[in-house]
Design a protein around this ligand. Structure first.
Ligand code: BGC
Ligand code: ZN
Length: 353
């Protein structure tokens, strides 16, 4: 038996419980070091995420953001003590899945560890196939590497942006303005990557920036805009709105973006928070989309290469952007309260195993 955090999909609550150990089948045995807690986990624990389903029976092991250490490499090419990040999404049967791009699955026939149809990583240890483990070092693991999972989403955003900017005669993103809505973990990670590309970064939320985020914004070199001020022109004077990335998931952001962004701008919709029911797409928004030659990209998940890029980015730039400081709290697995509520001053809460 190993201990882990289990939920019953569709029902509220989470418990720290015994989990039956799996058989190895030649797979890699990984000892869990850290698991991150995000909004997706909390929606599952609140019983509100409709896509959630168990792997078998009615229980699901929670957790999709993890960092672990190889205990037994099984039949793999890993070595004992390698530090690894497991991938979230597992392929179904479509052509993209078969090509290793399950992040672009076309028929929805995939599973996601800790979210839908596959047990997750909030447990003392787990077995994993080599192809779903990404190497993140050997020996000692810096806690900031637990950000590789949320960071892989950013690497796919980066790829997506480069896929479309030629359309608007942007020769590069350098010197352009990136407005990032949402100042949580994803928003700050996106900010650090856009900044590394030479973009001018504006972080946006509706309230004001807490102290810890102010310090992180400073290390990224980002400006801050409080969108409740409604004073978009003053913000755009500081940072032109050439690109918008929504990491907050409020549909009204799309309306603000289309209204305020410059011609040939790129809007990346990443956030899936909230219910998606507030705000409606108006006719004049659609006309502006066309008239300004805007590009809107929906972007979710990431492929193996994005995990690898995420690990590299954190290794190379983690200290510069002080990414380790995003981890604002370390919790014991027994203490499941962190799974139901955002902590005071939280950016990223992490469970230490
Ligand atoms: C994960 C993605 C996943 C998405 C939807 C996010 O928290 O980072 O990998 O596709 O949730 O389930
Ligand atoms: Zn997540």
């Amino acid at each position: 038996m190993v201990k882990g955090i289990v939920v019953r999909p569709g029902l509220a609550g989470a418990s720290f419980d015994d989990i039956e150990e799996e058989s190895s089948n030649g797979r890699v045995l990984v000892k869990t070091l850290y698991t991150g807690v995000c909004g997706t986990d909390r929606e599952i624990v609140a019983g509100k995420l409709s896509m959630t389903r168990a792997e078998r029976g009615s229980r699901l092991v929670l957790g999709h953001e993890a960092l672990g250490k190889v205990v037994d490499p099984g039949n793999s090419s890993f070595s004992k003590d390698d530090i690894v990040v497991p991938m979230v999404r597992r392929p179904g049967g479509c052509a993209n899945c078969a090509a290793g791009r399950q992040d672009y699955c076309t028929d929805g026939d995939f599973t996601e560890a800790g979210i839908r149809g596959k047990d997750g990583f909030m447990r003392e240890s787990f077995y994993e196939e080599e192809r779903f483990l990404v190497k993140a070092g050997t020996g000692e693991a810096g806690i900031e590497k637990v950000l590789a999972e949320p960071m892989k989403n950013v690497m796919k955003i980066r790829e997506s942006i480069f896929g479309v900017i030629g359309r608007g005669l942007w020769d590069s993103v350098k010197g352009k303005g990136a407005w990032i809505f949402g100042t949580g973990t994803e928003g700050l990670l996106i900010g650090s990557v856009m900044s590394s590309l030479g973009m001018n970064v504006m972080l946006v939320n509706r309230h004001g920036l807490p102290e810890i985020q102010q310090a992180l914004a400073a290390s990224i070199g980002a400006e801050f805009f409080n969108s409740s001020s409604g004073n978009w022109a003053s913000g755009e004077k500081k940072v032109p709105m050439d690109m918008v990335v929504d990491a907050a998931g409020a549909p009204s952001i799309m309306l603000d973006a289309v209204r305020n962004i410059r011609h040939t701008g790129v809007i990346v919709l990443f956030g899936t928070g909230g219910t998606g029911m507030e705000g409606k797409l108006l006719g004049d928004t659609i006309i502006s989309l066309v008239d300004k030659n805007l590009t809107v990209i929906g972007c979710e998940d990431g492929a193996r290469e994005h995990y690898e890029q995420a690990v590299d980015f954190i290794s190379e730039n983690g200290a510069k952007y002080r990414l380790g400081k995003l981890v604002t709290g370390i919790f014991q697995p027994e203490d499941t309260t962190v799974l139901s509520a955002k902590q005071q001053g939280e950016v990223k809460s992490v469970i230490k195993w």
